[in-house]
Design a protein around this ligand. Structure first.
Ligand code: NAP
Length: 302
């Protein structure tokens, strides 16, 4: 079988780096094109020439069909619609996360099946450890959720934070993040689940950990919760009382699992737990590639 030609826009960034690694010897996709706006790395990267973000014709000549875009939002707004006229563009940015284009593989992945052009946008990376367990708990009717996030440094990109700001420190604010998570959760689950959310940056390299306190309408016991969560194959339940931890658990399922532990029943029919996902794999490049597999029929959406 001939592999499908793919490229990366924004190949030099923190997400571009993970795309390059995951696409190395991929069974269905062959990396043929790397695009960068600034050519900062003197013209080549991972043995490939670096092209500009305007070099659409070169990508067509090279037989590229899918572009994984890890551009920052400003350049995504400018370049993604142009590329989407000729290619399937799977975007990591928040530029086009609207009802039509926002996609989460386990929840509404069907809408990308068979698509060969246009933009599809993955959700915010922090939404993965939040939306996936909440989706499984919908039968118990969620009243509201309190969320505290502990987000890794790599989530802010290569230029995100200086070592002086994050080393030996926690920053209890991430610009725009709390609103994005609420809005995208509502769009993906197609209902409004009120979140009381505080987003924090912590000195961890990769892996966003979230503490969830979920108020449910239906009466439940923990056995029901374990059964509902276990129905989702990419949820990995951990029984040790000091897990999940970023360093121990972010690579579960090759970085694609959402690891959940510390499940407890609290007061007023509430459920507490801690969930973790690798922000650059599950939250970005790994999910981008999974969506491309769904588009071309290599992976079936549920
Ligand atoms: N990081 C995450 O965990 C994560 C998760 C989900 C979604 N996202 C989204 O994915 C997109 C890409 O994120 P990212 O984390 O890869 O951002 P990033 O590291 O800041 O990279 C974005 C762009 O910045 C430029 N750049 C890279 N390194 C640089 C450096 N040392 N100095 C100056 N410019 C540099 C590169 O463009 P040129 O080579 O063209 O200059 C690169 O394409 C964003 O829209 C982000 O919101 C990120």
């Amino acid at each position: 079988m001939d592999k499908i030609g793919v490229g990366i826009l924004g190949a030099t960034g923190a997400i571009g780096e993970v795309y390059r690694n995951l696409l190395n010897n991929h069974p269905y996709f062959s990396l043929k094109f790397l695009g960068s706006g600034s050519q900062r790395l003197e013209g080549s990267l991972s043995g490939f020439p670096l092209y500009g973000l305007e070099d659409k014709h070169r990508a067509l000549e090279l037989g590229v069909k899918i572009l994984f875009s890890s551009l920052d939002t400003e350049r995504a707004i400018k370049f993604e619609p142009v590329w989407a006229q000729d290619f399937l563009v799977i975007s990591s940015s928040s530029a086009f996360r609207d009802e039509k284009r926002l996609i989460f593989p386990e929840i509404n992945g069907r809408k990308i099946v068979g698509q060969t052009k246009g933009i599809f946008s993955k959700s915010n990376c922090t939404l993965h450890p939040i939306a996936l367990p909440l989706k499984q708990l919908l039968p118990l009717k969620i009243r509201k959720v309190a969320v505290t996030t502990m987000q890794a440094i790599s989530g802010a990109g290569r230029q995100g934070l200086s070592a002086m700001d994050i080393f030996d420190n926690v920053i209890p604010f991430i610009e725009g993040e709390e609103n994005k998570i609420q809005e995208e959760l509502n769009l993906i689950l197609e209902q409004k689940i009120p979140l009381n959310i505080t987003c924090c940056r912590v000195p961890v390299m990769d892996g966003h950990l979230v503490v969830l306190d979920i108020e449910l309408e239906e009466v439940f016991d923990l056995e029901m919760i374990y059964s509902l969560l276990s129905l989702e194959p990419t949820i990995q339940l951990l029984e040790q009382n000091d897990r999940p931890q970023p360093r121990l658990d972010r690579d579960n399922g090759n970085g694609m699992n959402v690891s959940i532990g510390r499940l407890r029943k609290g007061e007023k029919n509430s459920l507490q737990c801690v969930a973790l996902a690798h922000n650059r794999i599950r939250g970005a490049a790994g999910t981008g590639i999974k969506l491309a597999e769904m588009a071309y029929g290599f992976t079936q959406p549920r």
